[in-house]
Ligand binder design. Structure first.
Ligand SMILES: Nc1nc2c(ncn2[C@@H]2O[C@H](COP(=O)(O)OP(=O)(O)OP(=O)(O)O)[C@@H](O)[C@H]2O)c(=O)[nH]1
Length: 606
């Protein structure tokens, strides 16, 4: 039984590259959880994609035992949190499981805009925040300046000595200051509270699929005790299970007798699928259940949908299996079968946001070695039909005939953008061009904080990429859904040689339709190779043509380009053509290269 006063639960807040993972590994090493060699393989970021993109997708947690200078041994739980807006809810649950946070700031870079958003979230959870100035070994380090920045911009004490509530100076690289961090954690982060004798209440923080253990659930016990053999109940979905393992990660798995109040650890209970567990759910006992669930639970909802098709129709079964496997571990995306005239058999999948979409797409391509075609991301529209019914539309291809539609509502978001002053102008223009409504513009130490309401539909295309390129990577973007609003929306179809190409149809704002349509046609004109006949490319709304381009007929044999008898060159060209053919989609009597779909759907800037 762990003495509550000896427990410290904390997370690490840091801007990308300020050293969160290195520092976490150092803390694990300093408390004996890792050897030097194991440390070289960063533990907390353990997936390729995560490492390459510098983001953490699945929260991982480690428990460290630290004997402080006062001679007492403490049990520290370090909760890793995912770092992207699409996972805001998961982050909020991880934060809710802790009492404090280490705020890591690079001694040479100082406070970055994104750090602010994360710190505010942590402050909202009433966390005690311990600032750590990392990388003090760098020649460019300016710890004193950074301390002042922390006080000025974030508004938490930092300038005094760390023993008196100031920032801790450290280098995760050399190991300097690591002990000070551990001492500061113990001294400043409050221990959890909880009642061992009350009915069990544990928060389901995260879950994942382990090939040996099955579904592993990360929990934070609030009241009561979790033990092997206990019959538990998930309060949201009402299912019951028998706990068969209780333990923690150090970071290696260690089985424990029990998890008491204030403790973070894992359980397994012969659960088959991650989809059977809901992040934020309250776990209680069957026999003596808690009267009320923990606050803050939200159901996961897909916000962005797109079609996923195998580039080679023969890969459909492989795609089906791969998606099913991925879903074992990530219950936050949904999928169902879809058939497209242009792209054949595939799936319509729903995601938490754009980054989530990209991650799944990339994992399918990389881990499962699939060549994919992804259709334009679409948001969820609410269509009010003339006969009074309301339907949800996830796929532009399913849009009812205009004559049956009374009105269409589209989802809006509240976006918070932090950006250095010099990029403000172009960013305001971008938001304005995307039908944004400015709500607030404030300055904090040379940085602007802009709040805009925007239709999600305008954000899903390339807003984030545009924002990053306009601001040279300095702008940060955070959003939350604020419900549906009526919009003047139409379905735009793209017709190649007179036939609509279903995979390219999209729902757009009426005012933007013409520009979008024109760009799409121009783009496709460059992407579709010439044929023996002229090919008209048209954009249309309800049968009315709004834009048109024509691909001229092919004049000469391609091989005529090669002069004289250079046979090998001719051969090469023909082979190249053949290869290109294999990746073509026959559409009516027009062959559209697969790249054309991908490129056309990327849209780019208008
Ligand atoms: N010189 C120096 N480099 C450091 C220190 N801490 C981390 N680094 C380096 O800074 C880079 C980023 O460190 P990470 O630990 O990956 O940073 P992170 O914040 O976890 O980054 P993400 O996982 O991408 O969010 C790496 O190249 C580290 O080796 C330090 O104290 N001194």
């Amino acid at each position: 039984m762990t003495d509550l006063s000896k427990i410290r639960n904390f997370s690490i807040i840091a801007h990308i590259d300020h050293g969160k993972s290195t520092l976490a590994d150092r803390l694990i090493q300093a408390t004996g959880g890792l050897t030097e060699r194991e440390m070289s393989e960063q533990v907390l970021d353990n997936m390729d994609i995560e490492r390459e993109r510098g983001i953490t997708i699945k929260a991982q947690t480690v428990r460290l035992n630290y004997t402080a200078k006062n001679g007492e041994t403490y049990e520290l739980s370090l909760m890793d949190t995912p770092g992207h807006v699409d996972f805001a809810y998961e982050v909020s649950r991880s934060l809710a499981a802790c009492e404090g946070a280490l705020l890591v700031v690079d001694a040479a870079q100082g406070v970055e805009a994104q750090t602010l958003a994360n710190v505010y979230q942590s402050i909202e959870h009433d966390h005690e925040i311990v600032p750590v100035i990392n990388k003090i070994d760098l020649p460019a380090a300016e710890p004193e300046r950074v301390k002042e920045e922390i006080e000025e911009i974030i508004g938490i004490p930092a300038t005094g000595p760390w023993q008196e509530g100031g920032a801790v100076l450290a280098s995760a690289k050399t190991g300097e200051g690591i002990e000070d961090i551990l001492e500061a954690l113990v001294a400043r982060i409050p221990p959890p509270t909880g009642d061992r004798d009350a009915p069990l209440k544990a928060m389901l923080v995260d879950s994942w699929y382990d090939p040996y253990l099955g579904v592993v659930i990360l929990v934070r016990v609030i009241d009561g005790v979790l033990k092997k053999g206990l019959a538990i109940k998930f309060m949201q979905n009402g299912t019951q299970h028998l706990v068969d393992r209780v333990g923690c990660m150090r970071p290696k798995i260690e089985q424990l007798e029990e998890l008491g109040p204030g403790e973070i650890g894992f359980i397994t209970a012969q659960i088959k699928e991650v989809a059977d567990t809901a992040v934020g759910d309250t776990i209680t006992t069957v026999k003596n259940p808690a009267a009320k669930a923990l606050p803050g639970y939200k159901e996961v909802q897909s916000v962005v949908f797109c079609g996923l098709f195998p580039a080679d129709a023969a890969d459909f079964e492989k795609l089906r299996e791969s998606i099913a496997k991925l879903r074992l571990n990530d219950a936050s995306f949904t999928f169902e079968m879809e058939t497209s005239a242009a792209l054949g058999q595939g799936f319509r999948a729903g995601f938490l946001g754009l980054l989530h979409l990209e991650i799944i797409q990339e994992r399918l391509t990389r881990e499962y070695d699939l060549d994919l075609i992804t259709t334009a991301p679409s948001v969820v529209y609410k269509i009010h039909l003339s006969k009074g019914e309301t339907i949800e539309l996830h796929n532009p291809a399913d849009m009812p005939d205009v004559t049956q539609i009374a009105s269409i509502d589209e989802p809006w978001i509240k976006a918070t953008i932090y950006v250095p002053d010099e990029y403000l102008g172009p960013i305001l223009k971008l938001c304005q061009d995307r039908r944004g409504i400015q709500k607030q513009l404030t300055y904090v130490a040379g940085r602007a904080q802009i709040i805009y309401e925007l239709p999600l539909n305008e954000v899903v295309f390339d807003f984030y990429d545009r924002l990053k390129s306009i601001s040279r990577g300095y702008a940060s973007f955070d959003y939350e859904p604020i419900g549906h609003r009526e919009g003047d929306l139409v379905k735009m179809e793209i017709m190649v040689n007179g036939d609509p190409v279903d995979a390219l149809s999209m729902i757009v704002n009426r005012d933007a339709a013409e520009t979008r349509g024109r760009h799409m046609c121009e783009r496709l004109k460059d992407l579709i190779p010439r044929h023996l006949f002229k090919i008209p490319i048209q954009a249309a709304i309800g049968g009315k043509i709004i834009a048109r381009e024509t691909i001229g007929a092919m004049r000469k044999d391609v091989t005529a380009k090669c002069y004289g008898g250079d046979i090998s060159r001719k051969k090469k060209l023909l082979e190249k053509q053949k290869k290109g053919k294999a990746k073509m989609r026959e559409y009516g009597n027009v062959s559209i290269p697969q790249e054309a779909f991908i490129a056309a759907l990327k849209m780019g800037e208008e």
